[in-house]
Design a protein around this ligand. Structure first.
Ligand code: NAP
Length: 338
């Protein structure tokens, strides 16, 4: 059991499924008391029972993070119940897949309200407690889509880029308050996110390969409590995408568009739907979305027969070689110009 986590108080938004649920379980296993927030009360209450069976205290607080007052109440209830708040994990979010022009504006706006303002509300609610206590840890679960993007994800990617920018600025402002701000940037994770997502593509959606377990993200988030880090990427595919985007952005655009079309959909058609963007759905209250069981866990075999990971590595190498050659050719010429 971790010394730092033992008996600490950890608030987790979006704890009714996926990464939030996995993080609550990891925190409880490592000795923390947890405050569990999301809109669906039944899965939160069930999770309270599981955390208690691990010997920890747990409190369920149904809340919609788009409501600033409700999030303030969440912080107040957590502090009243446990006497303090040591860690706040902003994790609740919704997703929309759809071409920019096909996505209804009100769904777009609601996503930004949830994914950006939900995190802003969380930080505003907890910072007064951190100030009074002389410090605390704020963890923002963002996404590699805070650094790169893909077609059909414009609403989600804009919210995650916004969260990252906000989080970077906030970290600088609260440095002197002994408040640590950590960004966690997961790659594609096997959670019910795709069952919950608003879908305006006309086709059933699925995660791109490779898909990682939510427990990997949960362990990374909880490791940030032990040793706060500015930013940590979860999943090798995400690290490779970010590197490729930095080295060869045009090649990245081509690759991600091609890969999304080849691997981002299941066969058939799907009606346009807002998913859980405006109201929660009953389905998908587990950690996993069952995608790995459906074969979305292993690197996909593309038409060429090469696994996706190797194809990306090949593309990174293809981009790196001309970039390095260009650098070695340009550097002496630029150096002579001063
Ligand atoms: N899965 C991935 O591939 C992936 C990759 C990178 C980053 N992430 C990020 O990881 C986080 C968790 O996502 P997930 O994959 O675990 O998906 P998920 O299972 O759909 O979890 C989303 C959570 O947010 C809650 N939520 C949604 N809207 C809310 C609102 N207005 N108020 C309060 N709670 C709300 C949902 O519960 P209710 O419906 O009960 O409210 C649910 O607990 C998100 O920030 C997501 O962007 C996921």
């Amino acid at each position: 059991m971790s010394q730092k986590l033992r008996d600490s108080v950890v608030v987790i938004t979006g704890a009714s499924s996926g990464i939030g649920r996995a993080t609550a379980l990891e925190a409880a296993r490592q000795g923390a008391n947890v405050v569990l927030a999301a809109r669906r009360e039944a899965p939160l209450q069930e999770l309270v029972g599981v955390c208690q069976s691990l010997g920890r205290q747990a409190l369920a607080v149904p809340v919609d993070v788009t409501d600033a007052g409700a999030v303030e109440d969440l912080a107040r209830r957590a502090a009243e119940h446990f006497g303090r708040i040591d860690v706040w994990i902003n994790n609740a979010a919704v997703s929309i897949l759809g071409r920019f022009e096909d996505t209804p504006l009100e769904a777009y706006r609601r996503l930004i309200d949830t994914n950006l303002f939900g995190y802003v509300h969380g930080a505003r609610a907890v910072l007064p407690y951190f100030r009074r206590q002389g410090g605390g840890i704020l963890i923002n679960n963002i996404s590699i889509f805070g650094l790169v993007a893909a077609p059909y994800w414009s609403a989600y990617a804009s919210s995650k880029h916004a969260v990252r920018g906000w989080s970077e600025s906030l970290r600088q402002e609260v440095r002197d308050l002994n408040v640590k701000v950590c960004n966690v940037m997961p790659s594609a994770i096997d959670t019910p996110l795709w069952q919950h997502a608003g879908n305006y593509t006309g086709r059933p959606v699925k995660p791109l390969n490779p898909t990682y377990d939510a427990e990997n993200v949960a362990r990374t988030i909880i490791a940030c409590v032990e040793r706060p880090r500015r930013e940590v990427i979860v999943g090798r595919s995400g690290r490779m995408q970010i590197a490729m985007h930095a080295i060869a952005p045009r090649l990245y655009d081509w690759m991600v568009t091609r890969q999304t079309e080849a691997d981002g959909f299941r066969p058939g058609t799907a009606p346009h739907s807002p998913g859980n963007v405006f109201a929660p759905l009953l389905e998908g209250a587990e950690v996993s979305g069952g995608w790995k069981e459906q074969g979305a866990g292993k690197p996909a075999l593309q038409p060429s027969g090469k696994p996706t990971g190797r194809r990306i590595a090949g593309a990174v190498a293809m981009a790196a070689i001309p970039t390095l050659l260009g650098w070695f050719w340009l550097r002496p010429r630029l150096a002579g110009r001063t």
